[in-house]
Design a protein around this ligand. Structure first.
Ligand SMILES: Cc1ncc(C[n+]2csc(CCOP(=O)(O)OP(=O)(O)O)c2C)c(N)n1
Length: 332
């Protein structure tokens, strides 16, 4: 692959400088919600994707707004990359009425139909058939939309994965199944849970092209997804992408990280951080200086601190809001 080919040249939607900004937005959003949780301001749990920002931005970030994503419990990056409003995401996390789901969904249910974000899901593997259904509707309506369905490595052991892939293949649906292989399920290493080397090989059983890529290389992710999107739009059917990556934090807020070594984490954090890798590339290509990057990071931190301060003043839902959005409303 030619490392000089940037995302701009490839798909015209997101250049690498804008991509870096998005990746920093995802990381800072998650650092801030983690802090809010530690301060007791935010309740429930959350699954952080710090370390996996390239799969979000190189995937959801390069789609057209009218295309759809289906996300998982580890969803914040996908939502931000697809264009969901970050203030509304902070508000949802803090249980405010101004949140994406009016404060009633929380981290694992963030959805935003206006930007093609069909929603996140706390049920592992539930997104596969939802994505197949959305792709079928796009195909039947001839809308030219494609669906990008995220899932974790562990989810590929669920029956729903196999059923959905089979349907997607026989009906040649415009769907991309994107597996973020971050090496672990909750606490189970992929080595103990799967008896094949590459999850992408699973596509073969269903007649689906399977590709394994470096999920921490933004350009590689973006180029692979762009090709799969083009194929799907032109009637070429589904693709299974396995992106190798790593989550820097625990599975969720209750994880004591007893199942992996500090040395392993350090190795990924120090030598294979997707943000650092993109920054290094931008500096080498004279597109940004280290100073530009620090200014960018600082400005996002300031902007998000102000957002959180203002979200804290927002109204919370009341018991009267319990029954709204439970049943479909007429004329909607
Ligand atoms: C059907 C179902 N089974 C089990 C769980 C509990 N659970 C939540 S996340 C998770 C691990 C999922 O691993 P993976 O798909 O690799 O995603 P990752 O968390 O690594 O992003 C499990 C078992 C669940 N939420 N839903």
């Amino acid at each position: 692959m030619n490392p000089k080919i940037s995302m701009t040249e490839k798909n015209g939607r997101l250049d690498n400088v804008s991509a870096l900004r998005k990746m920093w937005e995802i990381r800072i959003f998650e650092e801030m919600i983690q802090q809010l949780f530690d301060e007791g301001e935010l309740h429930g749990t959350m699954h952080l994707c710090i370390g996996q920002e390239a799969t979000a931005v190189g995937g959801a970030g390069i789609l057209d707004q009218s295309d759809w994503i289906v996300s998982t419990h580890r969803n914040h990056g996908h939502c931000i990359a697809k264009g969901t409003d970050i203030r509304a995401m902070f508000a949802e996390m803090l249980g405010k009425k101004t949140g994406t789901n009016e404060g009633k969904g929380g981290s694992m249910h963030i959805a935003d139909l206006d930007v093609g974000n069909l929603g996140s899901n706390g049920i592992v593997g539930a997104g596969f058939p939802i994505a197949a259904g959305a792709a079928l509707s796009a195909q039947m309506q001839g809308s030219n939309q494609v669906v990008l369905c995220y899932a974790g490595d562990g989810a590929t052991n669920e029956g729903s994965f196999h059923e959905a892939l089979n349907l997607a293949s026989i009906w040649q649906l415009p769907v991309i199944y994107f597996i973020e292989n971050n090496q672990y399920g909750m606490s189970s290493s992929i080595e103990h849970m799967v008896n094949i080397d590459l999850l992408s090989e699973r596509g073969k059983s269903y007649g689906i092209e399977g590709i394994t890529i470096d999920g921490n290389d933004l350009d590689e992710v973006a180029q692979t997804v762009a090709k799969a999107v083009e194929k799907a739009r032109n009637g070429g059917g589904p693709t299974l992408i396995e992106a190798l990556t790593y989550r820097h934090k625990g599975h969720s807020k209750s994880d004591k990280l007893m199942y992996r070594s500090e040395a392993e984490c350090r190795q990924w954090q120090k030598y294979n951080d997707p943000i650092v890798r993109l920054e290094t590339k931008l500096i080498q290509q004279d597109q940004m200086t280290p100073e530009d990057i620090r200014l960018l990071e600082g400005s996002i931190r300031n902007e998000f601190s102000s957002l959180v301060a203002s979200v804290k003043q927002d109204e919370e839902p009341t018991s009267n809001d319990l029954w709204t959005h439970v049943y479909a409303e007429e004329n909607k």
